[in-house]
Design a protein around this ligand. Structure first.
Ligand SMILES: [Fe+2]
Length: 265
């Protein structure tokens, strides 16, 4: 037989437990991380695209010096083309971008890459100008670095192995890259990118668009605008695409590929 003392003790304990449960249930519940689909990575999470030094300033944009002499890439590109391309075309993209942004001091605080990733934040009246000239500035800044007077030959390092795994060998990769560059109608670029799923992929872009506008990281790219080859190769784009491999800077492309892995991590 349970004594009255024991019944009172059990009732007291049960009341305490119920009060504790009530108190706990009133506490705010921690909110789980959103499981919504990933948006295009923000500036804070997108790995540096223009160079190891970081993103391109728009306050104001500046023409980077060519990292070698105009004659240095003669195995593929003549000196006159290099001079016109860098001092003329690239300089124009920089000047035109600064001209577009001169009335938009708020936008000058963004990097060129951030503007291209979020063109909807750019007023409509200057959006196309920012897209074309910001893209032109970024694309050419990358282009000068992924070529070298000591370039060419077979790829080395991690990128060589990944190219083999993805495309079945360097020759097949070159063939597909050249084909895509040749098939790009009008003016544009052919790229090897790391796509948002973390895979290597060959893509082309029109005009001066850059793959970051689609959330992909540009590892290497070739300029197939006529201004890139017409003086020496005339209308023979395929010959230019083929010779271009003689100046490809594999150490820099390996570095970019390693940086691009942050996109998928
Ligand atoms: Fe160009």
């Amino acid at each position: 037989m349970m004594t009255k003392f024991l019944r009172d003790k059990i009732a007291f304990l049960l009341t305490g437990v119920m009060l504790a449960v009530l108190l706990i249930s009133c506490q705010p519940v921690p909110v789980a991380e959103s499981q919504s689909p990933k948006a295009t990575p923000t500036t804070a999470t997108f790995p540096p695209v223009a160079s190891p030094d970081g993103e391109l300033s728009a306050a104001p944009a500046k023409l980077p010096p060519l990292p070698y002499d105009y004659t240095a890439l003669g195995k593929a590109i003549d000196a006159e083309t290099m001079k016109l391309h860098h001092d003329g075309h690239h300089a124009s993209y920089v000047n035109n971008l600064n001209d577009a942004l001169k009335q938009e001091s708020g936008l000058q605080k963004s990097s060129v890459e951030a503007l291209l990733r979020d063109l909807n934040s750019v007023p409509e009246n200057i959006r196309t100008k920012v897209r074309n000239n910001g893209g032109g500035h970024l694309n050419h800044t990358i282009f000068w670095q992924i070529m070298s007077p000591e370039g060419g030959g077979e790829p080395t390092g991690e990128i060589a192995q990944e190219i083999n795994r993805t495309f079945g060998g360097f020759d097949e990769f070159k063939k597909q890259f050249n084909q895509a560059g040749g098939d790009r109608f009008g003016s544009g670029w052919v790229w090897l990118v790391r796509n948002p799923a973390g895979q290597l992929q060959i893509v082309t872009t029109a005009n001066q668009d850059n793959p970051i506008m689609d959330g992909a990281y540009p590892i290497m790219g070739n300029d197939v605008w006529e201004h890139a080859y017409y003086l020496r190769y005339r209308n023979r784009r395929a010959e230019y695409l083929n010779n271009w491999w003689n100046v490809v800077n594999w150490p820099e492309i390996n570095r970019r590929s390693q940086v691009s892995l942050q996109l998928a991590s």
